[in-house]
Design a protein around this ligand. Structure first.
Ligand SMILES: [Zn+2]
Length: 258
């Protein structure tokens, strides 16, 4: 794999990338990709004990620690939990990040997911990928990055829990075998120490690792892998139609018709 493959994983909150695609990011990093993880927020609502500024500072540190397990960089776009809106300021931020990093491969949330921060992040990311080439979209940054030369390959992860808000299962079209990186994914999740208590009290999740393994086993069972992460590629007008993820990961990817 070329050293120059650049990968961006843009998610709403710290720990989302770790839950949803860290195994695949690890595989790509092992094959020479330069990986960047970004979150819209610092996770300021992710605590019942600490005030927003304190929990945000802690979670940004945790996100950096998790990214460094892969040798990845991390950016927080400093939005607020439950307030990720689709509007000009947020789109400008996402667009500027995308233009600055100029990735070939982008991962984000499923367009239909369990909460709106995730869905809005997905839409912001989709538009930034599509519109990144348009020079007349100005982000207002002091030193704006150049417009993109091509639209990147965009992949949606599974929604958290693999269902939409009506409980309907979302079946991925591509499953990546993460057997060799499951341990690293677990290690990255464990960096988010502040979330252990929060996930238990707010969502009834007793062990993030158990919940992650359950999802990875469910996804793997769809295609005969022990552990997998699932994706769907954005194939709308203008986006590249070839499956770059399968090209890069070869036999570690199994496709299924959905
Ligand atoms: Zn989230």
């Amino acid at each position: 794999m070329s050293q120059s493959l650049r990968v961006l994983a843009l998610f709403a909150h710290p720990d989302d990338a770790e839950f949803l695609c860290a195994g695949t990011l690890s595989l790509l990093a092992d094959r020479g990709a330069v990986v960047h993880i970004a979150t819209m927020t610092a996770g300021d609502c992710g605590s019942t004990i600490l005030p927003p500024q304190k929990i945000s500072r802690l979670r940004v540190k945790e996100a950096w620690r998790a990214a460094s397990v892969l040798g990845a960089q991390y950016t927080c776009l400093k939005e607020k939990d439950l307030l990720v809106f689709y509007d000009r300021p947020r789109l400008s931020k996402v667009m500027e990040l995308l233009r600055r990093l100029d990735p070939s491969l982008v991962f984000t949330h499923s367009p239909s997911d369990y909460m709106l921060d995730h869905e809005t992040t997905s839409r912001l990311c989709q538009t930034a990928c599509f519109g990144g080439m348009a020079p007349n979209f100005r982000t207002g940054a002091k030193k704006p990055a150049k417009p993109l030369r091509t639209i990147p390959h965009l992949y949606y992860t599974q929604p958290t829990g693999s269902t939409d808000i009506l409980g309907k299962e979302t079946i991925p079209s591509l499953c990546v075998n993460i057997g060799e990186t499951l341990g690293r994914k677990e290690q990255m999740l464990a960096c988010h120490e502040s979330q252990q208590a929060w996930l238990k009290s707010q969502q009834g999740i007793s062990g993030p690792s158990d919940s992650m393994r359950k999802m990875a086993a469910w996804t793997g069972a769809l295609v005969g892998f022990p552990w997998a992460e699932g994706f769907r590629q954005h194939l709308g007008q203008g986006f590249p139609p070839n499956d770059l993820l399968s090209t890069k990961l070869g036999e570690l990817v199994r496709r299924r018709e959905v």
